[in-house]
Design a binder for this molecule. Structure first.
Ligand code: ARG
Ligand code: ZN
Length: 849
């Protein structure tokens, strides 16, 4: 074993680049195994740099020739690139390299996906294309010439000229190399156009493989909606003559915001009613918006270095959340965002992988495209907006865009803009960027002489390499209800800055009921002793939709946890409250669907562990089953009428209104399936004319162990459609019984359609296995062993996905001694693998520590 501990990079070591770039010209002569890349780069010494050393990044490049100002040079190869003696004045570097896109299974740099060429350069993929200072603070305009046999040849910026077998592109906006993109293939475009607020016409193209044209309408509409929204809400206009999106089948992430040429995972852009669920449509809309919004928050203003990643990602996630909330139901979007935050970011922040929103160090930057950088980062921006208010927020954003346009900026620049523009001191708020871990917020209250007092205590548990935590600046949105259920104090923002702090509310004739942390005003865990009555009261009366839902969720958690720990479960109170809520026709069906949905098993495990109870995955699974059965019996009389009301008779539209009805209909079907052992689900499957209902029905049938016929039918219908077949794989694992999930996953890896080098297909099986909590943690440990086998197999092929999926083990310390030992054994087996990638080494090392 080659025990080489991976190199750590520190934020504190940042130094400005020694050379800046005035212009870049690239020529690509494409060939699957022998692509030639010619570069001509005009460098100039950086007056602000101490160093004069000329270093260019380069990996897996075959250098054919190099010259400076026309004279051949022989650079010195060094770790990760090359060095060369250069003049102490502006000079022109030219080089020719050969690369092998077909052998590139890591899907970073230039690679091939189903016969087409495409690129992924963020974070450090450009160094696999040519020698270059591959760091985001080196920005330059690019001219690109592509020569190749493919009919479509694309790069960033505006088209300059093209002919048979070649095309030239020019991107006038200086950009870092991570935003470079190239695509070549047999593609067809959906064409459209958008007229910007200043009257400029922009050509829009959504490129797909022939056969996928029918899945482009929705994505195009989402793009136009995003362009309009960014003009109306942030005053941001698009800045090139053309904006293009390309769909690619083999892609490590969701999508990438390359300047003027976004590249998307097919799963994040292709949509049709027959093949995509409502949730797919919603996600696609959000990702298209996200990547488009990066044009300003990411591209026009980029990051100085990768420690600033959340500067662009946190802000852009916040912007896409605002967009979704504006065009769909704000309340429902917020609830879904918080469910995702708790499911992924809280899990991360409360385990061995906890890290700062602005990290101090990393080994492999690809390991930091995390829920903390993205989703917690977005929560920080949301809190800043809450603290300064709507108008001050947009004023600060205007200053940010005008001051930093064209910059490679830092998180500190961002916070300073807020301070200067609003006059507020955000010194303490900065801790949110530097302190890892989820704060616990404990609350108690009392009532005396008409004065109601809320007492808060905050505490952030230790995280790796960070034992001491200081108090955070927490905006706590609070409202009060009187005993009749009327709101007697509308939402106020309490600003907590101390470890312990009280807030008094005078003039109440009876003790009010508090609604705390409305709209989830801060990413904290609220700990408050509360009765089932109070929770049911808030579920019935709270005017804040988020806290109304939260009350129901808290009550469901109380029931599930009491069932598991053998205490008295407030089941009756819960079921009555749910029935009342379901009957309330004034409530949005989407909201009712969310309120009926049980808290995730991972959420229950985390809460138990937090309370020093060792969770038993099977007991959690069984509690879920029992409660659902009780729910079915309790709601029996309500089901037929309500289900019928949720039928959508109009033609399918992926809008929020129809989606809400389908969501509630399917939640009710889950309950019904407990009573009719799948009859209604089979009937729905047979008449379904859209994927939402078809997949919802299939899920119920699989849960009832009655899915064989539907599953076979599903495959016959969709055999040739990779994205739908991903669903076919994932569903079987997701819905497998605890003792069968690992066997099912293993069986599926032997299926002729299991193409494990495709990230979507690998995730379909193994992502589903890690999400099936009771199945993954099955008592003999076969889930762990299978998972580790496949991570070891994938690592040399695609280290990025392997490292990311190793988070399946991140909760290992949460479980009982036997499971801990088995998980540790697998982690150590992975760690001991010969030539393990530094990506996976870093992750497994951190998880084990
Ligand atoms: N910037 C992209 C986005 O958030 C993510 C790309 C990250 N890719 C990676 N290989 N780490 O939209
Ligand atoms: Zn992003």
């Amino acid at each position: 074993m080659t025990e080489q501990s991976p190199q750590k990079i520190f934020l504190a070591d940042y130094t400005p680049p020694a050379y800046l770039i005035e212009s870049v010209e690239l020529t690509f002569k494409l060939a699957p195994t022998t692509t030639r890349v010619m570069s001509k780069i005009r460098f100039t010494p950086n007056p602000n740099a101490a160093s004069k050393e000329f270093f260019l990044h380069g990996e897996q490049l075959n250098l054919i020739s190099a010259s400076i100002d026309g004279s051949t040079v022989t650079p010195e190869p060094v770790e990760g690139g090359l060095k060369c003696d250069v003049p102490n004045a502006p000079f022109t570097w030219e080089a020719e390299v050969e690369i092998n896109p077909e052998a590139n299974t890591a899907l970073e740099g230039l690679y091939m996906s189903g016969g087409m060429y495409c690129t992924q350069c963020e974070a450090e993929g450009f160094r696999r294309i040519t020698y270059y200072p591959d760091r985001p603070d080196v920005m330059a305009p690019f001219k690109v010439r592509i020569e190749g046999n493919d009919p479509v040849l694309l790069s960033n910026g505006n088209p300059v000229a093209s002919g048979e077998g070649w095309a030239e592109w020019h991107d006038p906006w200086p950009k870092p190399a991570y935003l470079f993109a190239l695509v070549a293939g047999d593609l067809i475009a959906r064409d459209d156009s958008f007229t910007t607020m200043s009257g400029k016409e922009v050509a829009l193209k959504l490129w797909v493989r022939p056969g996928d044209e029918g899945k482009t309408a929705f994505g195009m509409q989402a793009l136009k909606d995003s362009m309009k929204w960014d003009e109306e809400v942030y005053g941001r206009e698009y800045d090139l003559d053309i904006f293009q999106i390309v769909a690619v089948s083999d892609f490590n992430m969701g999508a990438m915001e390359n300047k003027g040429l976004n590249i998307f995972n097919t799963s994040a852009v292709l949509a049709s009613p027959e093949t995509s669920t409502d949730a797919n449509f919603e996600r696609i809309e959000a990702i298209i918006a996200h990547e488009y919004f990066h044009n300003w928050t990411g591209n026009r203003i980029t990051c100085r270095d990768w420690f600033q990643l959340s500067l662009k990602e946190g802000l852009t996630v916040f912007r896409d959340q605002q967009f979704s909330g504006d065009i769909r139901s704000e309340a429902v979007c917020r609830i879904n965002d918080v469910i995702a935050l708790r499911g992924r970011q809280f899990r991360e922040d409360n385990g061995p992988l906890a890290h700062q929103v602005q990290p101090d160090s990393f080994v492999e930057i690809n390991n930091f495209y995390t829920a903390t950088i993205y989703e917690k980062g977005a929560e920080l921006i949301r809190m800043m907006k809450t603290l300064v208010g709507h108008d001050a927020y947009y004023k600060a954003l205007d200053l940010y865009f005008s001051r930093h346009d064209g910059d490679a900026a830092t998180i500190e620049d961002w916070v300073r803009v807020f301070e200067e523009s609003t006059g507020r001191d955000l010194t303490q708020f900065r801790r949110w960027y530097k302190q890892a871990g989820t704060p616990r917020l404990k609350v108690d209250d009392d009532f005396k002489d008409g004065t109601y007092t809320l007492r808060f205590k905050q505490e952030t548990p230790p995280t790796p390499e960070q034992d001491e935590k200081l108090p955070q600046h927490i905006p706590i949105a609070v409202g009060l209800l009187n005993p009749n259920g009327d709101e007697v104090l509308p939402t106020q923002i309490l600003e907590m800055t101390d470890a312990e702090q009280s807030f008094a509310f005078e003039g109440h004739s009876a003790k009010p009921t508090p609604s705390i942390l409305r709209h989830f005003s801060a990413p904290v865990i609220l700990e408050r002793e509360s009765s089932a009555e109070e929770r049911a009261f808030l579920l019935a009366h709270d005017t804040d939709p988020f806290n109304k839902w939260e009350a129901g969720r808290a009550l469901a958690k109380d029931v599930l946890i009491a069932m598991i720990t053998g205490e008295d479960a407030p089941t009756a109170a819960y079921l009555d409250a749910v029935a009342a809520m379901l009957r309330d026709d004034n409530l949005d069906p989407a909201f009712r669907a969310l309120a009926l949905h049980l808290p995730a098993q991972d959420d229950i495990a985390q809460t138990l562990a937090d309370g020093s109870v060792t969770p038993d995955p099977l007991a959690i699974y069984n509690a879920h089953q029992t409660l659902r059965q009780q729910m079915a019996e309790h709601l029996q009389d309500l089901l037929p009428r309500l289900s019928a009301e949720m039928d959508v008779s109009e033609p399918f539209e992926p809008n929020a209104e129809q989606a809400g009805k389908r969501a509630l209909g399917l939640e009710l079907l889950k309950v019904t399936t407990r009573l009719d052992s799948g009859a209604a689900a089979q009937a729905l499957y047979d008449r379904a004319d859209n994927m939402t209902l078809r997949m919802g029905a299939l899920g119920c049938l699989l849960e009832a162990r009655k899915g064989d016929a539907a599953l076979a039918d599903f495959r016959t219908r969709f055999e040739g459609d990779a994205l739908v077949m991903d669903k076919w794989f994932a569903m079987q694992v997701a819905h497998a019984a605890p003792e069968q999930a690992a066997d099912m996953a293993e069986r599926l890896t032997n299926d002729s359609d299991f193409n494990w080098k495709n990230p979507n297909r690998f995730r379909a099986v193994f992502g589903a296995l890690m999400m099936n909590q009771a199945g993954f943690h099955e008592a003999t440990g076969k889930g762990y062993a299978l998972f580790a086998d496949w991570l070891i197999k994938l690592d040399p092929v695609n280290a990025q996905i392997t490292a990311r999926m190793s988070t399946g083990f991140e909760t290992w310390k949460r479980w009982d001694a036997d499971r801990q030992a088995m998980m540790k054994t697998q982690l150590e087996r992975i760690a001991a693998t010969r030539d393990l990638s530094s990506d996976t080494q870093e992750m497994v090392g951190r998880i084990l520590n």
